[in-house]
Design a protein around this ligand. Structure first.
Ligand SMILES: *[C@@H]1O[C@H](CO)[C@@H](O)[C@H](O)[C@H]1NC(C)=O
Ligand SMILES: *[C@@H]1O[C@H](CO)[C@@H](O)[C@H](O)[C@H]1NC(C)=O
Ligand SMILES: *[C@@H]1O[C@H](CO)[C@@H](O)[C@H](O)[C@H]1NC(C)=O
Ligand SMILES: *[C@@H]1O[C@H](CO)[C@@H](O)[C@H](O)[C@H]1NC(C)=O
Ligand SMILES: *[C@@H]1O[C@H](CO)[C@@H](O)[C@H](O)[C@H]1NC(C)=O
Length: 519
């Protein structure tokens, strides 16, 4: 799901990856700076979940058409209670058995544009084929083309909450049951990865009469302001390559810190990291420096989170970065870190490293649907400030990523982007409310299977094991964020293949009314 901490323009891009969206990196011209950051709050700029596969050959033409559902703006209370808007969805009826026992699968959209490719690819489509299911995907309010309000002002973002999104799902299901003349016995199963993985579990929890079961992939259940465990997992994942790799990263960050202290060092950093503006002009602005360090750490976070998954944009792996970090021929660790940074700048088509805090904030304050930040970054960051926290911090001077991006840095962004009232106290309150409302790591669910990967930093906030037979889990050794959801590939490790087999068996039990599998 969500990583936090890369400078925003490059982060904006990363931020968007949290959900089901995709981006194909092409070798187009390298022409832009990116104040928003590629990978922000655990999210690439196309959302947390990538496209379902790398395989162009699977791309189906024609793609499913856009369909629109008239949805309520506000499911709670009197304010604007009659206002409606059009929510986008897709349908695939290719495998639908269309009898009174045929299941219905619903892929839950998340913090990015809903991807049409998921309507014909990905593991869930294999399951749909197997069970003869009708498939829907509902885009999340405020993302993609689902625009409930005329713009994204902070006032309008009040309608962007997970609770409203769950009501959207329930309303949608009720309507489709009528529209498709479904039998009361037909079972709805929801699927989601990353934030939609959380939504999948919560949807079953809140609407057990509408939703029979859920496969919740890589969904964080525990909201937390200071998500320091994130970089702990990043460290552990780098160490799976070698202890030397992790150590080299730590030494590189320590060297960057030392170079910031004098003019020659600062110029050296400008060269090594291709900064858009000289460090010497920013050195007295701690927010710029936080952004700088967070971007460098985010280079590793983004690669670890999506290590070796089958998404098309996952160009680099932990092995690629570590091969550089341990290569002493290149120079001292800080120089190797510069090479890693070059690789990721090129991947995201940025000509220089943009780390200016004010510029990032100015972009994030844009409220027009056409603005770059409104491609998901502004929305997702709002959700972190208003419901979840999830800030991927590092606050230990003697640790790998140093102490330059603490929780205050992220809370300051909430206050600067949306409202002064979104301060530390507010964050603590909303996060406590979220945990109380959904039950955090003690969800009141049956028929939900929780799936996580050990390499994925998000597993630290998810349910990875349980003694409660009502809370079955699969914890996949060595795989990254949402790995089980992507289109199966020949290169998949055996434990991933096994996980998908367990999921299909679980679905068989759910759909045939057998007892829920013990975890
Ligand atoms: C917005 O995101 C979509 C999907 O990730 C991408 O195709 C598009 O280019 C992005 N638009 C802008 C303006 O960044
Ligand atoms: C299901 O079958 C009914 C009755 O034959 C038909 O009217 C309907 O169009 C079918 N639905 C789908 C989605 O194929
Ligand atoms: C190490 O880096 C040097 C210089 O870039 C390169 O020529 C060499 O192939 C690298 N070694 C390995 C093992 O990747
Ligand atoms: C900071 O990091 C060092 C090195 O990893 C570790 O030994 C120490 O326990 C950490 N301190 C805290 C307060 O976590
Ligand atoms: C838990 O879920 C069950 C069945 O959905 C419901 O009846 C019960 O009220 C829920 N309990 C709590 C504490 O939410």
């Amino acid at each position: 799901m969500v990583t936090v901490g890369v400078p925003i323009s490059s982060r904006l891009a990363y931020l968007l990856r949290l959900s089901v969206v995709l981006i194909l990196f092409s070798f187009a011209s390298i022409d832009k700076a990116n104040a928003l950051g590629r990978f922000r709050n655990g999210r690439y700029d196309d959302g947390f979940l990538g496209e379902p596969s790398k395989f162009e050959s699977l791309r189906r033409k024609p793609e499913p058409e856009d369909k629109w559902f008239v949805q309520k703006l506000n499911h709670f209370g009197e304010k604007n209670k009659d206002a409606t808007w059009k929510q986008r969805y897709f349908v695939n009826d290719e495998f639908y058995r269309n009898d009174s026992t045929a299941p219905v699968f619903l892929m839950i959209g998340g913090e990015g544009e809903a991807s049409k490719r998921w309507m014909s690819e990905g593991a869930w489509i294999k399951y749909a084929e197997h069970f003869g299911a009708l498939c829907f995907q509902l885009e999340h309010r405020f993302y993609g083309k689902s625009h409930p309000t005329s713009d994204l002002s902070t006032k309008n973002l009040l309608y962007l909450t997970s609770e409203q999104a769950l009501e959207d799902l329930a309303n949608f299901i009720r309507s489709m049951k009528v529209e498709y003349k479904m039998d009361a016995n037909q079972k709805w199963i929801v699927f989601g990865g990353s934030y939609p993985g959380s939504l999948a579990a919560w949807a079953r929890e809140k609407f057990p009469d509408l939703i029979h079961g859920a496969i919740s992939s890589s969904g964080p259940l525990l909201a937390k302001v200071d998500f320091k465990e994130y970089f702990e997992v990043v460290k552990a994942s780098l160490a799976t390559y070698s202890a030397e790799c992790l150590e080299a990263v730590g030494r590189a960050f320590a060297q960057v810190e030392i170079l910031t202290r004098h003019m020659i060092g600062q110029r050296n950093l400008d060269e090594k990291f291709k900064t858009c503006t000289p460090i010497k002009d920013s050195i007295d602005n701690p927010l710029d420096m936080s952004n700088f360090f967070e971007t460098l750490a985010g280079n590793f976070a983004g690669v670890v989170q999506y290590n070796k998954d089958n998404r098309p944009s996952a160009k680099y792996t932990i092995d690629d970065l570590c091969n550089v970090m341990v290569n002493t021929t290149i120079g001292p660790p800080v120089t190797r870190l510069g090479v890693v940074n070059d690789m990721l700048l090129i991947e995201s088509k940025e000509k220089c490293l943009d780390y200016k805090y004010d510029k990032m904030i100015a972009e994030m304050k844009e409220t027009s649907w056409e603005a770059k930040a409104c491609n998901g970054s502004r929305q997702w960051t709002y959700q972190t400030c208003n419901e979840f926290g999830f800030y991927q911090t590092s606050n230990n001077k003697s640790d790998t990523f140093g102490d330059r991006f603490t929780v205050d840095f992220f809370i300051k962004q909430c206050m600067d982007i949306y409202s002064e009232s979104m301060n530390a106290k507010y964050l603590e309150q909303v996060v406590a409310q979220t945990n109380k409302y959904y039950g955090a790591l003690k969800p009141n669910t049956t028929n939900v299977l929780y799936v996580h990967g050990s390499i994925d930093p998000w597993h630290a906030l998810g349910l990875v094991s349980s003694k409660n037979p009502n809370l079955p889990t699969i914890y996949i050794e060595g795989t990254a964020h949402c790995a089980n959801m992507y289109e199966p590939a020949k290169t998949d490790p055996p434990q991933l293949v096994e996980a998908r087999n367990k999921i299909i068996k679980y679905l068989a039990q759910l759909l045939e009314g057998f007892k829920v599998e013990k975890s």
